[in-house]
Design a protein around this ligand. Structure first.
Ligand code: NAI
Length: 350
């Protein structure tokens, strides 16, 4: 019996037996392409997986009347671990984001997004190694909006002590586990004195229990400027939901874009590993999508299962392919198809 250990990142400590049953949600657009690619690479490690295929998104509405059928949520609750492709969300109307609903229904309170410079991927900076820990459950994403009078809309920002302390501890636990040196809390408490003030107070309090980790605070606008001028100064960053949404994408941009950064959504009982990019309808079905983001998420998943060696093998293989530079997909300036990229990664695996 293997236990999910809090290795990468602080994941549920529930027991998951070999072979690992993982709920697999291919999603929309390029979702099935990057999901298949990731499954192929993870299976090449020799670790036995059972993939429990579940469909969600606009395509299942005619069948189930909802883009997120109960059986999908139940399957994740049962397996406790899921690998998920992107799911399209209609803009300005239509159904609520499946991604947001999934996070709410499964209590996935922490979004962990590492962004690290990759060999061979040309960006303005080198030596970037940032982990954004984003509070996933509240803030302006609570979805509480109403029309006060015609022409005036109110959208409520909810910040609680419970969720703020929980995410602050998650960030410090992550830092401790990974022998990271610094945690910075990002905020706008100079303007939102009560809400962001409370968040900051919770971070400050948590910091006292981790004396070996250097703690600092930074106002979000200055933080954006610092990120695009001297990103190497950042280590672990913790923040509320909206700032985290924006800054984690910014951090991805520093290391090559959304196609190369992984993500984990962590709750007390379940974890969902997903690509951070969207369904990329412009390239869907063409076989040219870059699967690296979901493969990175797959590496995080392997580590959360305690499969450190397999995680390392996949990571090293990816790095080899990037260093070699012959199999970049189009988004990174190459001409390789998804299939060619996958083949190169598997061939590079030791
Ligand atoms: P997007 O990330 O799908 O695409 C932005 C640009 O990046 C496009 O040019 C696309 O071709 C490129 N791109 C993205 N991923 C790529 C990959 N793996 N390989 C190569 N190129 C890639 O963002 P967009 O267009 O804003 O969103 C499209 C849909 O995806 C929307 O419905 C949105 O709601 C949804 N979405 C879903 C997410 C999720 O499920 N976690 C996250 C973000 C967006």
């Amino acid at each position: 019996m293997t236990t999910i250990t809090p290795t990468e990142p602080s994941a549920p400590t529930s027991e998951v037996k070999l072979p690992y049953t993982v709920t697999l949600i291919p999603g929309d657009g390029i979702g099935p392409e990057v999901t298949n690619a990731t499954v192929e690479i993870l299976e090449a490690t020799g670790i036995p997986f059972v993939w429990d295929l579940q469909e969600a998104g606009a395509d299942v509405i005619p069948l189930y009347g909802t883009p997120l059928p109960d059986q999908v949520v139940n399957a994740i609750v049962k397996s406790r671990i899921a690998l998920k492709g992107p799911i399209a969300t209609p803009v300005g109307g239509g159904f609520t984001s499946v991604n947001v609903t999934l996070r709410q229904r499964l209590g996935l309170y922490a979004n962990v997004r590492p962004a690290r410079s990759l060999p061979g991927v040309k960006t303005p900076f080198s030596g970037v190694d940032i982990v954004v820990v984003r509070e996933n459950s509240e803030d302006l994403y609570s979805g509480i909006e109403h029309v006060v009078v015609p022409g005036v809309v109110e959208s409520l920002k909810i910040i609680t002590e419970k969720a703020s302390s929980r995410i602050a501890r998650h960030a410090f636990d992550y830092a401790r586990l990974h022998e990271r040196k610094k945690v910075v809390a990002v905020h706008k408490a100079n303007i939102m004195k009560l809400s962001d003030g409370l968040f900051l107070e919770c971070c400050k309090r948590a910091a006292r229990d981790y004396p070996e980790i250097e703690y600092s605070e930074m106002i979000v606008d200055n933080c954006c400027m610092q990120l695009v001028t001297k990103p190497q100064q950042f280590d672990v960053m913790v923040m509320e939901n909206l700032y985290g949404d924006i800054i984690s994408d910014l951090a991805s941009g520093l290391v090559g874009g959304l196609g190369v950064t992984g993500s984990a959504n962590i709750g007390d009982d379940v974890a969902v590993y997903e690509a951070v990019h969207g369904s990329a309808p412009d390239i869907a079905g063409k076989g040219v999508a870059n699967p690296t983001a979901l493969v990175m998420s797959g590496i995080m998943m392997l580590r959360s299962l305690g499969e450190m060696e397999a995680g390392m093998r996949v990571e090293k293989a990816l790095y080899k392919v990037f260093t070699n530079g012959k199999h970049f997909t189009r988004d990174l300036g190459g001409t390789a198809t998804t299939a060619e990229f996958v083949k190169a990664v598997i061939a590079a695996m030791e």
